[in-house]
Design a protein around this ligand. Structure first.
Ligand SMILES: Nc1ncnc2c1ncn2[C@@H]1O[C@H](COP(=O)(O)OP(=O)(O)OP(=O)(O)O)[C@@H](O)[C@H]1O
Length: 253
């Protein structure tokens, strides 16, 4: 179970008016108990979704309040939380550090499997489980984007986390790979919390959190939560000026 008790995240930010740096609130306060198998987090760009996701494995620490996963506090028990909660980034290249897939998965296993030969055997087993057996020894640069995302996921899942947090894991993927990774995430026995802009994937979650301006503004089963999100998005068009619009067209001045 994931518990957030009045968790807040603040950061120092430059004052656009040139004054001294000031503290800005990025998220919260948020209080939640997440027990569902699949939780989706949706919201506009910059609303605070990644900040919320990163709170769950201690990549971001609460400035106030507390965050616990299965009773482990992300501040007091940081190392245990990171072993417990796997985190998958949007961009697999932020996560893949070794030259070949087998070495990358083996690196994830270094703590669990001390013997190097046994570690390689285990890494190969993991890769074949995720359909990457024939790519095990190629350069990671020779993998497609979808294969790289799958490798990043496989390397995290190899550590057998109890909870998986994914920050837009399918955003860079074409429809075929997105469907494949979505199906894989749906089949996992772990609790999965996924930040997503893919509303079809969010429809299949057990619970959906809608984040707006650093607050959880809706928290429900998918139908009503996504209805709220669509209304929110429709009601607040982006304020970025439209360049190159035809004279007289909407948005041109
Ligand atoms: N360390 C930081 N210092 C200052 N501001 C930050 C920091 N991290 C994030 N922010 C700001 O906090 C806000 C929320 O960022 P966050 O990455 O959580 O949004 P998001 O909903 O995940 O956005 P996107 O969908 O675009 O990825 C943004 O305005 C971002 O610029």
């Amino acid at each position: 179970m994931i518990e957030l008790d009045a968790a807040e995240v603040t950061a120092w930010s430059p004052d656009p008016a040139g004054g001294p740096d000031r503290v800005v609130r990025l998220l919260g306060p948020v209080s939640l108990r997440l027990t569902e198998r699949h939780v989706a987090v949706v919201g506009a760009n910059g609303s605070g979704k990644s900040t919320l996701a990163r709170l769950l494995n201690g990549l971001v620490l609460p400035s106030a309040g507390r965050v616990r996963v299965d009773g482990l506090d992300t501040v007091a028990d940081g190392a245990a939380v990171r072993r417990h909660v796997g985190f998958v980034f949007t961009d697999p290249d932020a996560q893949i550090v070794m030259p070949t897939p087998v070495e990358d998965v083996a690196l994830s296993l270094r703590r669990a499997v001390p013997d190097a030969r046994e570690r390689e055997v285990r890494a190969l087993e993991v890769l074949s489980r995720y359909g990457l057996a024939d790519r095990a020894h190629v350069s990671v640069h020779a993998l497609s984007g979808g294969q790289r995302q799958l490798l990043a996921l496989a390397a995290v899942l190899a550590t057998e986390p109890t909870v998986l947090v994914c920050d837009e894991p399918t955003t860079l993927l074409d429809l075929r790979w997105r469907t494949h990774v979505d199906a894989l995430l749906a089949s996992l026995p772990q609790q999965v919390v996924a930040v997503t802009h893919d509303l079809e994937a969010a429809e299949r979650a057990d619970r959906v959190l809608v984040v707006d301006a650093g607050r959880v503004v809706a928290d429900d089963v998918p139908g009503p939560a996504l209805g709220h999100y669509r209304t929110l998005m429709g009601a607040t068009p982006p304020t970025v000026p439209v360049h190159g619009a035809r004279p007289g067209a909407a948005g041109a001045s």
